[in-house]
Write a protein that binds this ligand. Structure first.
Ligand code: ADP
Length: 165
């Protein structure tokens, strides 16, 4: 039987409850989910690549579907092809994501029409969560425990205090 492989790409700096909800929903649609963690140095991430890979692996440990967490820095569509993915999963939050995601999915259709982009909506309560705001709130001393797991919260607090030291 042909295995259905999905690719969920992102920066995951850090992985949030919104990402986790998309991963849980996406994992039900595929036999294997590859989570592609971008190196993305242009975003100057709070966590380096190895830290983000380790965090995503730890957070996904309890999920039944086969999950593979891998770094990538190539063109998304090429990377999808190289891991045998027939679909790219993306989370769609209200209006903010639409323009960018619409363009990216459209361009990717030109690059390889055989790979489908599938948009998933996170639980309504998790919609507003964005890694960028999690970092901003934590940096200003706010409580991020409603947006990330307790382990990720500890990682963010430790990273921020290491930076200040
Ligand atoms: P962010 O956009 O928060 O910096 P990523 O680049 O890691 O995070 O995002 C990876 C994917 O996850 C994107 O498709 C993004 O739209 C989606 N995503 C992130 N947060 C949420 C959320 N709260 N609800 C739904 N999708 C989300």
């Amino acid at each position: 039987m042909v295995q259905r492989v999905g690719l969920y790409p992102g920066t995951f700096d850090p992985i949030t409850l919104g990402h986790m909800d998309i991963i849980r929903r996406g994992s039900k649609l595929v036999d294997k989910l590859v989570i592609g963690v971008t190196t993305n140095p242009s975003k100057s991430p709070l966590f380096n690549l190895d830290e983000r890979l380790a965090m995503v692996r730890r957070e996904c440990a309890g999920i039944d579907t086969e999950i593979e967490v891998r770094p990538f820095d190539s063109l998304l569509i090429d990377y999808a092809r190289s891991v045998g993915a027939s679909m790219i999963l993306r989370g769609l939050r209200a209006v903010a994501d639409f323009e960018y995601e619409y363009q990216m999915a459209g361009m990717n259709q030109y690059l390889d029409a055989s790979i489908e982009t599938v948009f998933l909506m996170a639980d309504v309560a998790l919609q507003p969560i964005a890694s960028r705001l999690v970092k901003e709130i934590a940096g200003l001393g706010g409580d991020i425990s409603k947006f990330v797991s307790p382990d990720v919260r500890d990682d963010v607090m430790a990273q921020l205090s290491a930076r200040k030291a």
